[in-house]
Design a protein around this ligand. Structure first.
Ligand code: SAM
Length: 226
């Protein structure tokens, strides 16, 4: 799968694509990427990419011309194009799964007050919010989207890891423990040391329900139906 990211600070994304598990996915050929600097498509001498908003108000807005030229250069018109923005639909695991079926996804990183609406109208399929808060820029949001998507691709992490985690089956994941058996007076639950797989499965399911009830009770109704 290919991720094409348009940003004013491609070096932020470069560090991400060349580190840790993502770097391995790139090396294996499971993921490829293109980091495009929007500023390279600005026509004036100062490579200007922002301007004041029509109608007045605080801040600056990303100008349409450089961004549209950058999008044209990557053929965004024919590709699934995603714009992270706090005013988008909420990003979820189900949506990450949907994106993971694409061959290529283009992401636009906003800055300042955001992007000229006409670019959204002309190029963007999905406006997605990574949560009900406002970040200072789109790079972190784009990395968040990419990260949730690429780990679902075959060959990145094991299938078993994906099957047992939060939101799979509608519940949050059960608590995890590793060695030592006792840490600062707290013991690992006996059941996990029993070797009895059916009982462990049952305990984990119960713990998942308890945790979901405590932290995200609104998920429980949906989980009952799965
Ligand atoms: N004026 C915008 C508003 O009130 O909706 C906020 C702009 S924000 C300061 C700058 C950029 O950060 C946005 O264009 C977007 O790319 C990114 N961003 C901020 N919060 C985000 C969120 N919750 N989800 C996705 N992207 C976000």
């Amino acid at each position: 799968m290919k991720f094409t990211v348009l940003s004013l600070f491609p070096e932020i994304l470069e560090a991400y694509f060349t580190s840790s598990i993502m770097a391995k996915a790139v090396e294996k050929g499971v993921v490829s990427y293109a980091n495009i600097n929007i500023r390279d498509f600005a026509a004036d001498r100062h490579r200007t990419c922002d301007d004041a908003p029509y109608g007045g108000g605080a801040g600056m807005v990303l100008k349409p011309e450089p961004l549209a030229a950058a999008l044209d250069s990557v053929g965004a018109g024919c590709l699934r194009t995603v714009c992270p923005t706090p005013s988008g639909r909420l990003f979820t695991q189900a949506y990450a799964r949907e994106l993971s079926a694409e061959r290529e996804v283009v992401l636009i990183c906003g800055r300042y007050e955001g992007i000229d609406q006409r670019v959204l109208d002309l190029y963007v399929n999905d406006e997605v919010s990574v949560g009900d808060y406002v970040l200072s820029s789109g790079e972190i949001a784009a990395m968040l989207v990419i990260d949730a998507v690429y780990r679902l691709l075959d060959g990145v992490i094991t299938k078993e890891s994906l099957e047992e985690e939060s939101f799979c089956g509608g519940l949050l994941e059960y608590p995890q423990y590793t060695r030592p058996e006792v840490f600062r007076g707290l013991r690992v639950p006996d059941i996990l040391l029993s070797g009895h797989h059916a009982n462990i499965r049952q305990w984990r399911r119960e713990q998942s329900i308890l945790k979901t009830k405590k932290n995200r009770p609104e998920l429980l109704g949906a989980a009952d139906k799965i």
